[in-house]
Design a protein around this ligand. Sequence first.
Ligand code: GDP
Ligand code: MG
Length: 184
Amino acid sequence: MSSMFGKTRTSAMPDRAECNVAVLGIRGSGKSALTVKFLTRRFISEYDPNMEDIYSSEEIVDQQPVLVKVMDTADQDGPVNCERYLTWAGAFLVVYSIDDRRTFEGCQRYLDVVAAHAKSLQVDLPVLLLGNKLDMERYRQVSESDGCALASHYSCLFFEVSACQDFISVQRVFHEAVREARRD
Ligand code: GDP
Ligand code: MG
């Protein structure tokens, strides 16, 4: 189509849809392993625990393309300098490890931080609580019902996953985060 300036223009393109997802939780819960699994379909067992970065992936969620950016956070010991993800993310994954009670208890502070931020902005910020390392069932320290109860207390979705098992269930939680962010 020719515009009045004589240049050929494509039809007006809407801004490309993007969704920023921050992955939060205590060190060792498997944030990096889940992030890498989502991005590469592979399980990388050793990942620098201090490494914090943002990665992106072109995804199709419910037939609609979206650029998903994932911030794999690396707090030392609980939430600090949270503005970097609170102001950036449109959805949050709060991760614990089902075989480590301490990581589950650590989730509460992250859930509080996000809830307080959402309240201060008077917006709904989608949060998904993830019990990771489902393959470690034998060493489970956090029951599924405890996970469920914590999630319902904060009105967030809850999933149990494993970064070292099937890719589809890991992909599903990231896609669910996009869906939740689209809803708001
Ligand atoms: P982060 O500190 O939260 O980023 O945790 P990492 O992704 O570095 O994982 C911490 C440790 O848990 C590493 O030794 C991983 O190999 C291991 N890990 C992560 N996810 C899983 C999982 O789903 N199952 C098992 N068995 N180990 C996992
Ligand atoms: Mg990490």
